[in-house]
Design a protein around this ligand. Structure first.
Ligand SMILES: *[C@@H]1O[C@H](CO)[C@@H](O)[C@H](O)[C@H]1NC(C)=O
Ligand SMILES: *[C@@H]1O[C@H](CO)[C@@H](O)[C@H](O)[C@H]1NC(C)=O
Ligand SMILES: *[C@@H]1O[C@H](CO)[C@@H](O)[C@H](O)[C@H]1NC(C)=O
Ligand SMILES: *[C@@H]1O[C@H](CO)[C@@H](O)[C@H](O)[C@H]1NC(C)=O
Ligand SMILES: *[C@@H]1O[C@H](CO)[C@@H](O)[C@H](O)[C@H]1NC(C)=O
Length: 308
């Protein structure tokens, strides 16, 4: 039932780790960009990607490398997210942000016509800058529109790319009517439309990992890797303590039919109070639930757009 569509490469974990200085180096930023481009998240999901920080995503005690393959079990509960700005970037007190996670489907998916699955959406978080970077995301006073719901891709649909992104949220931000209520269960979203319609600001940073269920029912295409030593900024920083990981080759699923894994975030979802005080709004782990009829399969067949 799936058409076989060759796809490009995915990527490769360039470890987004920062040196001891507490700021993200140029090569950290460049490596992050290279990985997003190689995974085709740029430009398919994000038209452009000019991060001013790196995003450290930690599930339990395991910090992910960008593009890492993980199991659904490993990412079932919400991650701890922290931010490391580049040396010329500062986070100002009082500024609010939106953090979210979407399933951008397998490589090759046309994200302009295939909806993403919204796994996590929290408005009005802040960045805790009191201690040294990496700065933790502060959920006090935030509104968890969608509590974290772990990935649950359908078997055989390839390696799905889960993107966690942090956007600046200007005072003019207005949540769309259908995504303005805390406790809205996992569902779909067109990320680019959401960002433009709500008036979100700059994409501060993002990171991503992959989860695959079973074996893809199509043949993955040949892959290439991001080799961090080939990045322009690498030579100038090798003498420093910058710890950008070397890249290993990584293959990845190619896309054929892509389904939106919309499901319901079961009854364990937190009751949605936007008045959460000290609780970590939106961080409650929610087991990915049963796919509910009516929301389920988008079934868009994709794969075009690969020549880029
Ligand atoms: C800020 O720093 C980043 C990372 O070091 C670099 O890529 C970028 O060009 C710098 N931007 C400016 C405006 O200097
Ligand atoms: C998240 O990371 C911060 C900063 O490293 C740490 O203080 C906090 O205890 C962590 N929280 C969890 C739930 O791991
Ligand atoms: C988190 O934000 C609240 C509300 O602004 C603030 O009172 C608290 O000190 C912040 N926590 C950290 C660790 O910065
Ligand atoms: C919200 O409504 C807009 C139209 O106003 C629609 O385009 C979008 O798909 C809806 N989003 C969700 C998640 O239902
Ligand atoms: C990640 O998963 C894809 C798809 O199964 C596979 O081709 C690739 O080799 C894996 N990458 C790593 C680094 O294990």
């Amino acid at each position: 039932m799936f058409s076989l569509i060759p796809v490009l490469a995915l990527l490769v974990p360039v470890l987004a780790q920062t040196g001891s200085t507490g700021s993200a180096s140029a090569v950290d930023i460049e490596g992050l960009q290279a990985n997003f481009e190689q995974a085709q998240l740029v430009p398919q999901l994000l038209a452009t990607f000019d991060p001013t920080a790196t995003l450290t995503v930690t599930f339990g005690t395991d910090t992910i490398s960008t593009g890492q393959n993980l199991t659904a079990a490993e990412v079932a509960s919400y991650p701890n997210v922290s931010v490391t700005p580049s040396s010329n970037t500062t986070f100002e007190d009082g500024t609010l942000y939106t953090i979210l996670m979407v399933d951008a489907n397998p490589v090759g998916t046309d994200e302009a016509t295939t909806e993403q699955t919204r796994h996590w959406l929290v408005n009005s978080v802040s960045i805790a800058t009191a201690s040294a970077a990496p700065y933790a995301v502060n959920y006090t006073g935030s509104t968890a529109i969608t509590d974290y719901a772990g990935p649950g891709p359908f078997a055989g649909t390839g390696s799905h790319r889960y993107v966690i992104a942090l956007y600046e949220q200007p005072s003019t931000f207005t949540a769309p009517a259908n995504l303005s209520t805390a406790g809205t269960p996992l569902g779909t979203i067109f990320l680019s439309s959401y960002v433009s319609e709500s008036g979100l600001g700059d994409l501060i940073s993002a990171n991503y990992f992959q989860v695959e269920n079973g074996v893809a029912t199509f043949t993955p295409a040949a892959t290439t890797a991001v080799d961090s030593t080939t990045l322009a900024g690498f030579a100038s920083t090798t003498a420093s303590s910058s710890a950008t990981g070397s890249a290993s080759a990584s293959g990845s699923g190619s896309a054929s039919a892509s389904r939106s894994t919309a499901g319901s975030a079961t009854s364990s979802a937190a009751p949605a109070s936007s008045s959460s005080s000290t609780s970590a709004a939106g961080k409650q782990g929610v087991a990915w639930g049963v796919v509910v009829g009516g929301m389920g399969v988008v079934g868009a067949v994709i794969g075009a757009g690969l020549g880029m």
